[in-house]
Design a protein around this ligand. Structure first.
Ligand SMILES: Nc1nc2[nH]cnc2c(=O)[nH]1
Length: 449
């Protein structure tokens, strides 16, 4: 559709509580931005007939509901081929024996092209309208990932991974020097910003030191300076596991958070993956800098050895969204991450050792409910990135999913006129790829069943 167009019907979203937008007329401008949102519009409203006549109206049927697109704050694009593999290993062994050998193969542009094309298609089909990608140390393959996202219409932040530390990175997969890593990151920023068709910055570069253990101080400092110079967002891992957290304490004499801050890497728009072991003081620093956490409940089950204290960190005022952490997390679906965020919060609250009395077993008040998880997967991601996405509001991008319930090959079962709270619970607890009929990013239809 060219020019303004509209959707009409039922939508739900979660600004801070569930908002049921019934009989909603949402006008979308030719720039893909929501121009207006009006609820309670009668089906007989003459504007609908006019839009219908102009072939500019999408009508949401009784079994359908519109929700904001999902924002995945943490994806390792090159790890897609090993989804579900070797998750019984400790993080450091998984990296050395599986992940680094796989990532080193992206020197082959043909291999990169095939995997990245499949991944971006798959994530869009799962409703991920925005993704933050770690790529590899290979500049051409990373540039190609950005081009694929742009071509397919996915909102994305794409980062060339920096990793130059000789003690943590193998000879076959390591930056030759901090200088080369910084120069190639600079080249990626220029390349993505100049991509034809990227004037609206649908795809953005992101500065990506892998994690403190993999980077020399020179690389961390250099990338921090580059972030200040270019205004780019930053992504990295932070205090993920016992091993990783202790390693940084040993090497730097401080937490990951403080080490990242000293290098200038903790800024508004910085996204710290995991952050399971951050202290309240770390949280205070993250909040002060306006940085965010990508909560990755699935991979934390396997690698962290602990549950991220989400409620506590929300109370401390952090921006928090969700990450699939492909392939530490073995699912491409952010609905799955949302479900697991609820599930692990329940385990944290109840505790897990049946031999302890209930009062000593867990952490009271740690649970989150389904609407909170929905919010993390949508508006929380937008907040973390400081982008107007994740809500149906004027001025926000029309990044949206049309869910169609009660399909024979779908999971979502919805009664006629289901109450909004119940509907949102069902979406978080059961929805998946098979329930997604259409996906829009910035007003462009990018996937249909
Ligand atoms: N989960 C996870 N943690 C990391 N820490 C450093 N690299 C990685 C990675 O690829 N995955």
């Amino acid at each position: 559709m060219t020019g303004d167009w509209a959707v009409y019907g039922r939508a739900i979203h979660a600004p801070d509580r569930v908002e049921d937008l019934r009989e909603t007329l949402m006008i979308v401008g030719s720039d893909g931005v929501i121009a207006s949102v009006e609820t309670g519009v009668s089906p007989r409203d003459p504007r609908l007939a006019a839009l219908r006549d102009g072939d500019a109206l999408i009508e949401i049927a009784g079994d359908e509901v519109l929700i904001p697109g999902l924002v995945d704050l943490h994806v390792h694009a090159p790890q897609f081929p090993q989804l579900g593999m070797a998750l019984d290993m400790p993080l450091q062994d998984w990296l050395q024996h599986y992940t680094f050998p796989l990532e080193s193969r992206y020197a082959d542009l043909g291999f990169a092209e095939a995997v990245y094309t499949d991944l971006v298609d798959t994530l869009l089909a799962h409703g991920t309208t925005t993704a933050l990608y770690f790529a590899t140390i290979h500049l051409p393959a990373t540039q190609r990932l950005a081009e694929i996202c742009l071509g397919k219409g996915q909102r994305a932040f794409v980062g060339r991974v920096g990793m130059d530390h000789p003690e943590q990175c193998p000879d076959f997969y390591r930056d030759v020097s901090a200088e080369v890593a910084i120069a190639e990151t600079r080249a990626l920023i220029a390349h993505i910003r100049a991509l034809p068709g990227n004037d609206a910055a649908l795809v953005r570069p992101i500065i990506t030191p892998r994690f403190v253990p993999a980077c020399t101080d020179a690389l961390l400092d250099g990338l921090g300076a580059l972030a200040a110079e270019t205004g780019c967002a930053v992504q990295t891992h932070c205090s993920e596991s016992d091993w990783e957290h202790a390693h940084v304490q040993d090497r730097c004499g401080c937490s990951d958070t403080v080490a990242l801050d000293r290098a200038g890497l903790l800024r508004r728009g910085s996204v710290l993956a995991h952050a399971n072991f951050i202290s309240d003081a770390d949280a205070g620093l993250i909040r002060e800098r306006g940085a965010a956490v990508a909560h990755c409940p699935l991979s934390n089950i396997y690698f962290a050895g602990a549950v991220f204290p989400l409620r506590r960190m929300q109370a401390l005022g952090l921006h928090i969204g969700l990450g699939s952490d492909i392939a530490g997390g073995p699912s491409a679906s952010l609905f799955e991450a949302a479900r697991q965020a609820v599930a692990v919060s329940r385990l944290l609250e109840s505790g897990t050792d049946a031999r302890k009395p209930p009062a000593e077993r867990g952490q009271p008040g740690a649970r989150i409910d389904a609407p909170t998880a929905f919010r993390l997967a949508t508006a929380g991601g937008g907040e973390a990135l400081d982008l107007p996405i994740g809500l149906f509001r004027p001025g926000y991008a029309f990044d949206a999913l049309l869910l169609r319930a009660n399909l024979p090959d779908g999971n979502l079962r919805v009664a006629a006129n289901e109450a909004a709270d119940r509907l949102m619970e069902k979406i978080v607890m059961t929805a998946g790829r098979g329930d997604i009929a259409h996906v829009w990013v910035g007003g462009r239809l990018v996937k249909s069943r």
